[in-house]
Design a binder for this molecule. Structure first.
Ligand code: GLV
Ligand code: MN
Length: 189
């Protein structure tokens, strides 16, 4: 119906998406995003950083059904297992050597070690990860067929929800004792 619909992030109506900024106010800057150009800070226990170019950071993506992230990984850094409920993800390595993998609903583990320029695809909703198996920093660009793919990070979802999932659910699920669950929870507190 329209060429574009740059999100008006401050509008107050409730929609599944964002209303459009008035066309007369749209400029070339609305179609430009510089947020993936800088190296992320991987100085954390995961050796990981992500910069997200989704509709919230880049309103020009509104209604267009796409978005992109930049992932930086230190050597042995991990983008921990997670899924995107609203998008398939394609991954291209632009620096380094990265093990990427996902597990299907039949519980089959699919994986590949990617080098520069190589691509892998993660079907919608499946749990996946990336791990830097090289000796230097790695950079990946990830592309999604959603303007806001969402991310369910398995460890954070199970061990750092608010309010917390009761220990008895987690001890039964993982068939371990309370102290194991408490120890994991303490690391994500
Ligand atoms: C990588 O898996 C990402 O979600 O950007
Ligand atoms: Mn992902």
């Amino acid at each position: 119906m329209k060429d574009f619909c740059v999100a008006d992030l401050n509008a107050t109506v409730s929609l599944n998406g964002f209303p459009c900024k008035p066309v007369a106010e749209v400029t070339s800057d609305d179609f430009f995003f510089d947020g993936l150009s800088k190296e992320g800070n991987t100085d954390n226990p995961f050796g990981f950083a992500v910069a997200q170019g989704n509709v919230l950071s880049f309103p020009g993506l509104n209604t267009l059904g796409i978005s992109m992230n930049r992932v930086d990984l230190a050597p042995r850094g991990i983008n921990a297992p997670h899924s995107h409920p609203r998008a398939t993800e394609s991954i291209v390595v632009i620096k380094g050597k990265v093990l990427v993998g996902f597990v299907s609903t039949s519980n089959v583990y699919f994986y590949k070690v990617l080098t520069v320029g190589q691509m892998f695809v993660i079907p919608r909703g499946l749990i996946h990860f990336q791990y830097n198996v090289g000796h230097s920093k790695a950079i990946l660009l990830t592309a999604f067929n959603s303007q806001l793919p969402g991310a369910v990070i398995v460890s954070r979802t199970l061990f750092a929800s608010n309010p917390p999932i009761p220990n008895q659910i987690l001890t039964k699920t993982f068939r371990v004792d309370d102290d194991v669950i408490n120890s994991i929870k303490s690391k994500f507190a």
